[in-house]
Ligand binder design. Structure first.
Ligand SMILES: NC(=O)c1ccc[n+]([C@@H]2O[C@H](COP(=O)([O-])OP(=O)(O)OC[C@H]3O[C@@H](n4cnc5c(N)ncnc54)[C@H](O)[C@@H]3O)[C@@H](O)[C@H]2O)c1
Length: 363
């Protein structure tokens, strides 16, 4: 005879995202409400640490008696098992308790790596995010995906780990390079395509001015963070709607892979991928036009050295995408703006024209 035990464990965990300029007070009062003042671990991008001259450490020292600051070399190569091990070793040697918070400060690389470290140490210590790139603010710090790359592919080892809070302080963006603003913008344009096309016009206005923190940027960042939050709340573990966040990404990942990781930034590849996905949607009859991306194309063209042009290699790369199901590529396309759907595709020869069109936009 079998015995049934029902285990009801809510996976969900509420947390707050604060967006503004100069969030020191909010950060300190959040910590004082929640953590004992003995220790905090700060995992910070080396470049951010250098540019912001120990700002975060000094901030933490206002409340915590002991601050262990661990730096992460800048760049995608740091999202590795080696860096994960180095950080875990240093944190365990330092000695933490179950409620010692870990604060991740940096772009998506630091956030993904540190988030996975936080999920591993003592089977999970509290995670706080302080994203410092546009991409990390509008995308990677929200939703709980953490992890590192593996020799067989990107983001293949990791865990869902929701932070206890996210502090988006736009002051950090003062030192962000122009190319990184443009990279991050691709994910905002994605929200325009899948949720709110008004974003296209707002961003087109913003790129006419110097790229620096402002009230208008704060609004666009908040709106983007809200859209990502809404989608993640509807589908935390990516069983359905969360996949819409991959709009442009299957084409983009193929471009990244064939170009060789590191030679094309994620946002650059996603931008080109969105042109492909929009064009294909239009071919299948949707009333969408890539004219929405026109205002941004010159920015991306200026910074993309070259896109890979081997269409067969691009199609082969699409077959190895993480989201392939039963050998069928799952493309996120549009029925119309703000109305995404999943289109399974196993005859990739159909995509030849799509690739040709997309590549021609960047020559
Ligand atoms: N977890 C998720 O849901 C998710 C979503 C999207 C992307 N990602 C991941 O995010 C990563 C890309 O993130 P990214 O674009 O932020 O890259 P990144 O972390 O490498 O940062 C980009 C560059 O900006 C520098 N930098 C960071 N903050 C700065 C600042 N304030 N001033 C000056 N320079 C600064 C960094 O040193 C780095 O050179 C990828 O690994 C991608 O897979 C994760």
């Amino acid at each position: 005879m079998s015995h049934n035990i029902q285990v009801d464990i809510s996976y969900e965990q509420d947390y707050q995202i604060r967006v503004g300029q100069g969030l020191q007070k909010e950060f300190l009062s959040f910590c004082a409400d929640r953590y004992t003042p003995d220790k905090i671990v700060v995992v910070i991008d080396e470049k951010v640490q250098r540019l912001h001259e120990r700002k975060v450490q000094v901030l933490c020292e206002e409340y915590f008696q002991d601050v262990l600051t661990l730096t992460v070399p800048e760049g995608e190569a740091s999202k590795s098992m080696e860096q994960w091990k180095r950080l875990v070793d240093q944190i365990l040697e330092y000695g933490v308790e179950r409620n010692t918070p870990l604060l991740a400060v940096g772009g998506g690389v630091t956030g993904d790596l540190a988030g996975y470290v936080a999920s591993s140490v003592l089977r999970g210590i509290p995670l706080l995010h302080m994203p410092t790139t546009l991409l990390a603010m509008v995308d990677s710090s929200i939703g709980g995906k953490t992890g590192v790359n593996h020799s067989t592919g990107k983001n293949l080892v990791g865990a869902f780990n929701q932070p206890e809070a996210v502090f988006m302080d736009l002051d950090f963006l003062q030192t962000l390079e122009q190319t990184e603003w443009i990279t991050g913008m691709a994910e905002i344009l994605k929200y325009g395509a899948i949720r709110d096309p008004d974003i296209f016009g707002k961003l087109a206005e913003l790129v006419k001015q110097p790229l620096e923190p402002s009230e208008e940027w704060q609004q666009v960042i908040s709106q983007s963070a809200q859209i990502k939050t809404d989608i993640v709340q509807e589908d935390t573990l990516e069983a359905g709607k969360r996949a819409y966040l991959n709009f442009g990404h299957t084409f983009g990942h193929a471009l990244e892979k064939v170009a060789g990781y590191g030679s094309l930034a994620h946002g650059e590849a996603v931008f080109a991928g969105m042109i492909a996905a929009t064009y294909y949607s239009k071919q299948l009859g949707a009333p969408v036009d890539d004219i929405q991306f026109e205002a941004f194309l010159p920015l991306y063209k200026r910074q993309i050295q070259a896109l890979p042009t081997n269409i067969q290699a691009l199609n082969t790369a699409m077959r190895t995408d993480k989201k392939v199901k039963n050998n069928t590529v799952q493309l996120v396309l549009l029925k119309e703006w703000a109305s995404p759907y999943i289109q399974p595709c196993n005859d990739l020869s159909k995509l030849e024209k799509v690739w040709q069109y997309t590549l021609s936009q960047f020559t």
